[in-house]
Design a protein around this ligand. Structure first.
Ligand SMILES: [Zn+2]
Length: 54
């Protein structure tokens, strides 16, 4: 863990659904796939390939 400038706050952790480090425990959802905010996977164009893979 790095402690630079006294900042030890983790803004993004590994998302359970998309596996990316984009889950925000503060907001309670993943900024990549929308996990936690909606039961549906965010349907952005750039995420279609992810939906297909999963
Ligand atoms: Zn996610």
């Amino acid at each position: 863990m790095t402690r630079l400038g006294g900042t030890n706050k983790v803004n993004h952790v590994i998302c359970r659904r998309c596996g990316r480090k984009t889950y925000n425990p503060d907001k309670g959802y993943c900024s990549h796939c929308g996990f936690g905010r909606s039961s549906k996977i965010r349907a952005y164009v750039w995420s279609y390939k992810f939906k297909r893979k999963w």
